[in-house]
Design a protein around this ligand. Structure first.
Ligand code: COA
Length: 389
């Protein structure tokens, strides 16, 4: 082992580098606690603004729902006014590139003077506006100005489609935002904390986190999950299709997780939300209702078959559905374009990132692990006789 290194863990698996009051991921039992509550008790029951308030309070007294609603609304308005200055940052091929480039235009204000949650809300509101503006421009239509008086989920859907969304869809998106708002020391949150630990600013930390989230092994899976569902003609063909992918040594998107050794609890929460939406749409005879039922049936069949095939191939690993699997189905059901899925993840997770940045600033220490050097060494180290000569 290299000099000074106490332990080596490829991918930092199982290594704790921070204490947090924000969320706890129990990978063995499949349990997620966010701000002191099981995720099942939050998603679809407690509005996103309240969960954001609890996380931003970092264990202290949270701001009121009304204050958070106002701050997010004002932040969306401020970010919308910034759009003309963003130039071609808004027109990147990948929505995550647009998010990174446009968030980089922000400048942190009031650090150390204003309450930290207000700076966090400013960035969170901006991420939602930039994501929606990207989607609108991509569809060759003008971005829609935010309505600061509405809830965040409602306004995100309104900015995407140009008219208010039905209550059932707003609730589904709100439940999604809550479900993915924070998740321990995932790669993007870790990236944000590493940057914050150097004393750098909030915008730099969030920009780094967006870069980490872009990767397909982290936040980039739900788009490909939908591509997969598109490629499988019906539930009867799921096994054959999946087997073909595994034979080509390809990964099944939306399956497997670094921490969970059982089904990701967020998959169950999101599946239940889609089921709820399906019933409401069916009962109300709503447009689009016909699409949800077969999609959900196919997704469930694919999950079942993928779980079985992966169990045979990796008997020791327990590769089960992760959050991204039903994220894909839910976001499609509320008409979010699939190219925007990773960016929607950021719309929610930015609350977690900013809460972690504040926590890191308050009690953190420079995060600086070591590496194990396995490269060449000077000849004198290999043959001490050379040095002596
Ligand atoms: N499909 C097929 N094989 C998979 C797999 C999947 N979804 N997930 C893991 N495996 C395989 C790996 O290739 C590895 O096999 P190998 O030893 O032959 O190389 C083995 O299972 C062990 O994997 P594990 O250690 O559990 O994975 P990890 O912790 O390194 O990676 C993920 C976790 C999430 C990156 C991985 O499961 C994955 O790539 N999933 C698909 C992408 C995805 O859904 N990402 C969203 C995560 S929320």
């Amino acid at each position: 082992m290299a000099h000074g290194a106490k332990a080596f863990s490829g991918g930092l698996e199982g290594v704790a580098v921070a204490e947090t009051v924000l969320s706890r991921v129990d990978g063995a039992r499949g349990r997620l606690i966010v701000a002191g509550h099981d995720i099942e008790d939050l998603a679809g029951r407690v509005p996103f603004e309240d969960v954001a308030a609890a996380l931003w309070a970092g264990g202290g007294e949270p701001p009121s729902r009304a204050a958070v609603l106002r701050a997010l609304g004002a932040a969306r308005v401020e970010a919308f006014a910034l759009l003309p200055q963003l130039g071609d940052a808004l027109d990147r091929e990948d929505a995550m590139d647009t998010l990174r480039a446009s968030v980089a235009h922000l400048v942190e204000r009031g650090r150390g003077t204003a309450p930290a949650w207000k700076g966090a809300a400013r960035v969170a509101g901006a991420v939602a506006v930039f994501a929606a503006a990207w989607a609108r421009r991509r569809a060759n239509v003008e971005p829609v100005a935010p309505d600061p008086s509405t809830g965040h989920a409602a306004d995100v859907l309104r900015m995407l489609r140009g008219s208010p969304a039905p209550e059932a869809e707003i609730r589904a998106l709100d439940a999604y935002l809550v479900t993915v708002v924070d998740h321990g020391l995932n790669a993007s949150t870790f990236a944000a904390r590493v940057v914050a630990s150097t004393g750098s600013d909030l915008v730099s930390a969030v920009t780094a986190a967006i870069g980490a989230l872009k990767g397909p092994l982290h936040g980039g899976a739900p788009g490909p999950v939908l591509d997969m569902l598109d490629s499988i003609p019906d539930p009867e063909h799921a096994r054959e299709w999946l087997q073909g992918e595994l034979d080509l040594r390809r990964r099944i998107m939306g399956m497997g997780h670094r921490v969970y050794r059982v089904r990701d609890p967020r998959a169950a929460v999101l599946e239940a939300e889609v089921e709820r939406l399906r019933r409401i749409f069916q009962d109300g005879n709503v447009d689009g209702a016909d699409g949800i039922a077969p999609r959900l049936a196919l997704a469930r069949a694919v999950e079942r078959e993928a779980t079985a095939l992966l169990a045979v191939r990796y008997p020791d690993r327990a590769l089960r559905a992760n959050v991204e699997f039903y994220t894909a189905v839910l976001l499609e059901a509320v008409a979010v374009p699939r190219e925007l899925f990773s960016a929607m993840f950021a719309v929610a997770r930015v609350v977690g990132w900013t809460a972690h940045v504040d926590e890191e600033r308050r009690k953190g220490r420079l995060i600086r692990p070591t590496s194990v050097y396995v490269g060449p060494v000077p000849q004198a180290d290999v043959d001490p006789a050379t040095r002596a000569g």
